[in-house]
Design a protein around this ligand. Structure first.
Ligand code: PLP
Length: 363
């Protein structure tokens, strides 16, 4: 059996470090907003080259809190892709705003800046690009549009921890970056966790209050906030893993490049547009014979997955605002995409097995 991601393997490698840190948290009995969260926020901010990092309960909450802190609300439109995980658009709905789904580029699967420009209306207040599968979206073009139309840019970095454009990390380019530490993400905790990054002092202060019941001073509440904190156990684990993130991402890139070299004659491998560094949260190929490949892998006990089989504009929950909306590239890609197992520890022998199973489909 080859899984999509092998968390056991990674835990075994880091067990001594992680177990020692967890024991320390248990001994301290300081579980919420303690020294590990503070240290992790500082270390993550330093790694990402941003002024502020604010831990919260999940990537979904990071998006929700960032949109709220940015003042996005009812009547506002937020432009975002339909080819992403539901959480991206859920967060827009949480604040009462309307997601406006725009088509993607056929090569990178990220927002198409020309389509974004065409979708900007009087009511557009923000852009919410996703750095999908670990490849940075076209931030230079999107930031230029935002500047011209006075829009806020919130980056969905749930899949792109450690990806950069010319040395600027994703999450440090727009007004805010929203990160997820779901266990299978590039920087994964052992439970739920998330974080917002920003260079804006006022936004950071607001986010710290929002995640903790709208309170800046204990038992003084200035607004209705949330219980959305990163906990000490997760922060302790993340501090250990952050020290290895570059090595993790290099491992993912190595595996991806091996796949692409071996598969380029039979499928369309993922395209690196050269704008930034792709950290391969997913390795997602395109093929007309996607379903045949999926069947062959399943028969060989190799995991694979379709991210995403139903684009958001075709989901029942968005039926009202998306009636009659057609996004041809998104629809085509969701019909042909297939994600293969990818994780830093994926062995050459495993890659070999997967590749030869796929080649069998084409003989
Ligand atoms: C995982 C993910 C999220 C949500 O993160 P959670 O921590 O699971 O809440 C948001 N957006 C994208 C693109 C994701 O992949």
């Amino acid at each position: 059996m080859i899984p999509m991601v092998d968390l056991k393997n990674q835990y075994q490698r880091l067990k001594a470090e992680i177990d020692a840190e967890l024991a320390g948290v248990l001994e301290s009995t300081h579980f919420i907003l303690g020294p590990n969260v503070q240290a992790f926020e500082q270390e993550a901010a330093e790694y990402l080259g941003v002024k502020h990092a604010i831990g919260c309960a999940s990537g979904t909450d990071a998006l929700h809190l960032a949109l709220r802190a940015a003042g996005i609300g009812p009547g506002d439109e937020v432009i975002t892709p339909a080819f992403t995980f539901i959480a991206t658009a859920e967060a827009i709905r949480y604040v009462g705003a309307t997601p406006v789904f725009v088509d993607i580029r056929p090569d990178t699967f990220n927002l198409d800046a020309d389509q974004v420009a065409a979708a900007i209306s009087e009511r557009t207040r923000a852009l919410l690009p996703v750095h999908l599968f670990g490849q940075p979206a076209d931030m230079p073009a999107l930031m230029a549009l935002a500047e011209k139309h006075d829009l806020k840019v919130i980056e969905d970095c749930a899949q792109s921890f450690g990806a950069d454009i010319d040395g600027r990390m994703t999450g440090g380019i727009g007004l805010a970056g929203c990160h997820s530490f779901f266990p299978s993400k590039n920087l994964g905790a052992y439970g739920d966790g998330g974080m917002v990054t920003t260079n804006d002092d006022a936004l950071a202060e607001h986010l710290r209050s929002l995640r903790n019941h709208g309170s800046k001073v204990r038992y003084h509440h200035d607004e209705i906030g949330y219980n959305s904190r990163l906990d000490e156990m997760q922060a302790a684990i993340l501090r250990v893993k952050l020290r290895h993130i570059d090595e993790f991402n290099q491992g993912r890139r190595r595996a991806a490049h091996a796949y692409s070299e071996a598969l380029k004659d039979v499928v369309t491998p993922p395209v690196e547009d050269g704008l930034g560094t792709h950290v391969y949260h997913q390795y997602t190929l395109l093929s007309e014979r996607r379903d045949d490949i999926q069947k062959a892998l399943q028969a060989a006990d190799i995991a694979c997955a379709i991210y995403y089989p139903i684009p958001l504009h075709q989901q029942k929950v968005f039926a009202d605002e998306c009636a009659g909306l057609s996004l041809p590239v998104t629809e085509d890609v969701s019909r042909r995409c297939l994600s293969l197992p990818i994780f830093p520890e994926l062995a050459d022998a495993q890659i070999e097995t997967i590749v030869s199973t796929i080649h069998q489909v084409f003989v």
